[in-house]
Design a binder for this molecule. Structure first.
Ligand SMILES: [Cu+2]
Length: 160
């Protein structure tokens, strides 16, 4: 390897891992919402990307911003009423793929907020994966974000 090639290789490694020193996982577009200023709970949405060659799975979330952080989804019951349920097996993130936590579908639920969340606040979240990898994520509170119809429908129908 020439010195020039060595520099290129080092640069490529740096570019591939911009935020996390030892991870093929990345989170983009994280944001948090509360239903009202006095809400006791909130939800966090994001896209989890897996740039590695092994399937992985988000198995838990933790934050100082709430008493509990749970992995939730929305499911329609036989009566057609959509309810939130905890997803104890977590969210699969396929190799070379991604998994979206989106309005109307999968989300990280914050239960028992330490203090009310308002626009512009930031929620620090620790995500733990089945592989043992851990991601630290910062989710700004964004109350103005509209729920895109496409995301909503996708969340309602993918069923896991
Ligand atoms: Cu929930």
């Amino acid at each position: 390897m020439t010195p020039f090639q060595a520099i290129l290789t080092a640069a490529a490694v740096t570019l591939a891992l911009p935020a996390f020193a030892d991870s093929e996982l990345a989170v983009t577009d994280a944001y948090a919402r509360v239903a009202s200023p006095a809400a006791q709970s909130g939800a966090i949405f994001m896209v989890i990307e897996n740039h590695g060659s092994s399937d992985d799975r988000l198995v838990s979330a933790a934050t100082d911003a709430a008493a509990r952080a749970e992995l939730h989804t929305h499911l329609a019951g036989q009566d057609g009423v959509v309810q939130m349920v905890e997803v104890t097996e977590g969210f699969a993130v396929p190799a070379h793929g991604s998994h979206a936590l989106a309005r109307g579908g999968d989300h990280v639920m914050l239960m028992g907020l330490a203090k009310p969340l308002k626009e512009g606040d930031e929620v620090a979240l620790t995500l733990t994966f089945e592989s043992g990898k851990v991601l630290e994520v910062t989710a700004p509170v964004d109350l103005s974000r509209e729920a895109p119809m496409g995301d909503h429908m996708k969340g309602m129908t993918h069923g896991n």
